[in-house]
Design a protein around this ligand. Structure first.
Ligand code: SAH
Ligand code: SF4
Length: 368
C-alpha cells in the first residue's frame, strides 16, 4: 500500500470535503461527491473506489490513487455455541484489539475497544495487566463496527431486506481501554456511527462505560449524547481503591456528585451501574444495602456481572447464592438488576483474554 495515501474512514464530512476539493472538477459538485462517498463507505460498506459506479471513472481512478478505505485484518475469529463472535483485529501497526458481537433475541450488541490495552490497572481486569497502551483513532473505532458488518454480511442484508432488522443494533464501549482517556477520538468515531446518512445507530443505543474519569463525565452527555455506564464495583472507598485504583484520584463521593449533575439524566436515559461480583470482596448483603443508599436519587439500573476469572487472577466469582441475595436487596429497593449471563464463555469472550491466548501461541511457536 502506498504510504502517501490517506484513509477516508474516521474523517468528518468537512474533512473529506477539504481532501477531495482539489480533485473535484467544479466546486458545485463537492457536496454531492462527499454525500456519495459517505453513502458508499457507511451505508454500502464498499472499500473499492472502482466499484463506486455513480461517479465518473476518472474521478474514481483519482480517488484510488490518493485514498483508501481501511479495514483491520481479522487475525482470529472465534464463534461461541451461543452465537457470540469474538474478533481479534490486527491494526496497521500490527497492534491487536478485540471486538465482540453478542446476539440476543431482541438486539445484537457490538462491544468495541477504545484503546490498545489500558493504563488503569483495575485488579480484576485482564486488559489492565497488558503492557502496551495506545489510543485508537476515530477510524480504528469505526472500523471495528465496519469489519463486524463485513463478517456478518450485514451490509448486503441492510440493502436488500425491507424490514431492515439490524444484526448490530447496539454498541457498548466496554472492550479494551478507558474511553474517557481517549475522548476526542471516541467522540469523532461515535459521531460517525450515529450519523443518520450512514451507519445511523441512535445515540440511545450506544453506551459508553467508564471506570470514573470524573472531569470528563459531563462531556459524554453534552458532546456525545450517548448513554453512560459506570464501572462501580464497590461501596466503600477502601474496596474501590483496591479494585479500581482510579478511585484514589476521584473517590466514590466525587464520582456520584458528577453523576447527579449529569446532563439529560432522566428515567428513560438512566445511568447503568456495572458491578462485578467478586467472592467475599464486594458481594455482601451490607454492600448491597450501601449500594442502594449511595445511588439513591440517581435514575439508574444496576448490572450485576459475575467476575470472569482469568489465569493468575487473585479473585473468584461470587457464588450464585451470594449473587441472588445481593440482587434481592437491590430489587426490593426498586432497582432492576439483571444478572448478566456470561456469554461466549467457551471462546473466552471476557475482555482482554483472546489477546493473551494469541500471545501464548506466538511464544510457544518461538520455542517449537
Ligand atoms: N475501561 C472501561 C470500559 C472497558 S471495561 C471501564 O472500566 O468501564 C468494560 C467492563 O468490563 C467494565 O465494567 C469492567 O469492570 C468489566 N470487566 C473487566 N474485567 C472483568 C472481569 N474479569 N470479569 C467481569 N467483568 C470485567
Ligand atoms: Fe481499564 Fe476498564 Fe479494565 Fe479498568 S476495567 S483496567 S479501566 S479496561
Amino acid at each position: 500500500m502506498n504510504s502517501q495515501k490517506a484513509d477516508l474512514v474516521g474523517l468528518k464530512k468537512t474533512e473529506i470535503s477539504n481532501l477531495i476539493t482539489p480533485i473535484c472538477g467544479s466546486n458545485s459538485s463537492i457536496n454531492m461527491r462527499v454525500s456519495q462517498l459517505w453513502d458508499w463507505i457507511y451505508t454500502k460498506g464498499e472499500t473499492d473506489f472502482t466499484k463506486m459506479t455513480n461517479m465518473s471513472k476518472e474521478f474514481r481512478d483519482t480517488l484510488h490513487e490518493k485514498f483508501y478505505i481501511s479495514r483491520p485484518e481479522i487475525q482470529t475469529k472465534l464463534i461461541s455455541q451461543d452465537g457470540t463472535r469474538k474478533y481479534l483485529l490486527k491494526l496497521r501497526d500490527n497492534n491487536l484489539v478485540e471486538t465482540v458481537f453478542i446476539p440476543d433475541k431482541d438486539r445484537g450488541t457490538l462491544c468495541i475497544s477504545s484503546q490498545v490495552g489500558c493504563t488503569l490497572n483495575c485488579s480484576f481486569c485482564f486488559t489492565g495487566t497488558q503492557g502496551l497502551v495506545r489510543n485508537l483513532s476515530a477510524s480504528e473505532i469505526v472500523q471495528q463496527l465496519m469489519v463486524a458488518r463485513d463478517d456478518l454480511l450485514e451490509w448486503d442484508q441492510l440493502k436488500h431486506s425491507k424490514v431492515k432488522k439490524r444484526l448490530i443494533s447496539n454498541i457498548v464501549l466496554m472492550g479494551m481501554g478507558e474511553p474517557l482517556y481517549n475522548f476526542e477520538e471516541v467522540k469523532s468515531g461515535l459521531k460517525i456511527i450515529m450519523d443518520e446518512t450512514g451507519i445511523s445507530i441512535s445515540r440511545k443505543r450506544i453506551t459508553l462505560s467508564t471506570s470514573g474519569v470524573v472531569p470528563k463525565i459531563a462531556s459524554v452527555g453534552e458532546e456525545i449524547g450517548c448513554l453512560l455506564a459506570i464501572s462501580f464495583h464497590a461501596t466503600t472507598d477502601e474496596v474501590r481503591n483496591r479494585l479500581v485504583p482510579l478511585n484514589k484520584k476521584w473517590n466514590i463521593k466525587s464520582l456520584l456528585d458528577s453523576l447527579r449533575n449529569y446532563p439529560s439524566l432522566s428515567n428513560s436515559e438512566r445511568i447503568t451501574f456495572e458491578y462485578v461480583m467478586i467472592d467475599n470482596v464486594n458481594d455482601s448483603k451490607e454492600d448491597a444495602k450501601r449500594l442502594v443508599k449511595l445511588i439513591s436519587g440517581i435514575p439508574s439500573k444496576i448490572n450485576l456481572i459475575p467476575f470472569n476469572p482469568w489465569p493468575g487472577s487473585e479473585f473468584k466469582t461470587s457464588t450464585s447464592e451470594r449473587i441472588r441475595d445481593f440482587s434481592k436487596i437491590i430489587n426490593a429497593a426498586g432497582y432492576s438488576s439483571p444478572i448478566r449471563t456470561p456469554r461466549g464463555q467457551d471462546i473466552m469472550a471476557a475482555c482482554g483474554q483472546l489477546k493473551s491466548v494469541s500471545k501464548k501461541i506466538k511464544k510457544s511457536q518461538l520455542h517449537a
